[in-house]
Design a protein around this ligand. Structure first.
Ligand code: MG
Length: 231
């Protein structure tokens, strides 16, 4: 029996210090001449969704956005890589994550993975900046796989099944994240969500979306493991 445990990145595994937003805004300015509305929230969104929604709000048509998207994302990645390799970038692993990942990896009944709105190369850049080897996450679904987060759990589940050569019931997929979008995205496959208030949403905000469990952070290793593995 195997449980597929999928972590969100920004606000969940790490605090990005805004590196993703700064890289995206820099790229948007070059390719669209505007960063879009400053009140537009990035958390819980996929990278392509961020570009599309913020540029729609700035008045661009989808055809125009689609045409510029590949170059925009290449520019975004170059800026992100430059930021994390030049001086103190501010990306930090959250408290409790190192021990939690070690404990999950040590279990034979857990397949560790990612479910993130980051395009795959951006995910690797951020993880390495936080001191996490991307290879530790053996399966994943990314913002480069689909623009909408609710489509990602089925992709991750299919990849996990292909890797292990066995079917995984939806209820054995655990999605861990810091936003209501993380909590809601797995409903279509019957996945369960464990929410953590280390991003911009409070534990009360997240609890209102009915996750399987909610934590302020993952510093209580035993309680975190129980929620993730013994549900
Ligand atoms: Mg997040």
């Amino acid at each position: 029996m195997t449980r597929v445990v999928l972590f969100d990145i920004d606000g969940t595994l790490l605090a990005s210090g805004g590196v993703g937003r700064r890289a995206m805004e820099g790229a948007l300015m070059v390719h669209f001449g505007t960063i879009g509305p400053t009140h537009y929230r990035y958390d819980g969104k996929t990278d392509k969704q961020i570009a599309r929604e913020s540029m729609r709000m700035a008045g661009f048509a989808d055809a125009d956005i689609d045409a510029r998207l590949p170059a925009l994302l290449d520019d975004y990645l170059a800026r992100l890589e430059h930021t994390v390799t030049s001086g103190d970038h501010g990306v930090r692993m959250h408290l409790g994550i190192a021990a939690l990942l070690d404990a999950l990896e040590a279990r034979s009944d857990v397949l560790l993975g990612l479910l993130t709105g980051n395009i795959a190369p951006g995910a690797s850049i951020k993880l390495r900046a936080a001191g996490l080897a991307p290879e530790r996450f053996r399966v994943g679904a990314f913002g480069s796989d689909h623009e909408l987060r609710p489509q990602l759990p089925a992709i991750a589940k299919a990849r996990a099944e292909a890797l292990m050569g066995l079917a995984v019931p939806g209820r054995d997929v655990i999605i861990i994240g810091d936003t209501p979008a993380d909590v809601a995205c797995g409903r279509g496959i019957g996945a369960r969500a464990v929410a953590v208030a280390t991003g911009h949403y409070s534990a009360a905000d997240l609890a209102a979306h009915d996750p399987h469990a909610v934590f302020e952070d993952f510093t209580d290793l035993d309680a975190s493991l129980r929620a993730i593995c013994d549900a």
